[in-house]
Design a protein around this ligand. Structure first.
Ligand code: ZN
Length: 133
């Protein structure tokens, strides 16, 4: 069941509200940027994501196919969410579940984690090795 969560960067300049069902799944990815950031994400649709504050504080990083907009707070550096578009999902938000201020430890511990092989643009399959992600 979806629940409303509040997420933010470390300094708090960037904050958002999102409706997520963490029990429906989260993911970790082995692409070059997720690996470096050890991203832990959940997907939200546009109607389930609202930036509350900090639009002017957001920096954007893009690379390779430039399909994803990797956002970070220019003040504290924390990447609290990203957004992108693809054929399967349309426009989507990738929320950093570790930035959800009101997700309980219990909710996070019990959220299923799927691993995706973003390094090879395969989002329907896990990579061979996942332990370092
Ligand atoms: Zn910040």
């Amino acid at each position: 069941m979806k629940k409303t969560y509040h997420g933010s960067c470390h300094c708090g300049e960037v904050s958002y509200e999102t409706q997520l069902d963490l029990q429906a799944g989260t993911f970790r990815c082995n692409c070059s940027v997720c690996r470096k950031k050890r991203s832990w994400l959940a997907v939200a649709s546009p109607e389930d994501f609202r930036l509350v504050a900090g639009r002017e504080a957001l920096g954007e990083y893009q690379f390779a196919t430039r399909k994803l907009h990797h956002l970070f707070c220019r003040n504290c550096g924390v990447s609290s969410y990203a957004w992108g578009e693809n054929e399967a999902l349309g426009t989507f938000f990738a929320v950093a579940v570790n930035c959800l201020d009101d997700a309980t430890a219990d909710e996070l511990v019990n959220a299923p984690v799927a691993y995706v092989d973003g390094l090879h643009e395969r989002y329907d399959a896990p990579p061979e090795e996942t332990r370092h992600l």
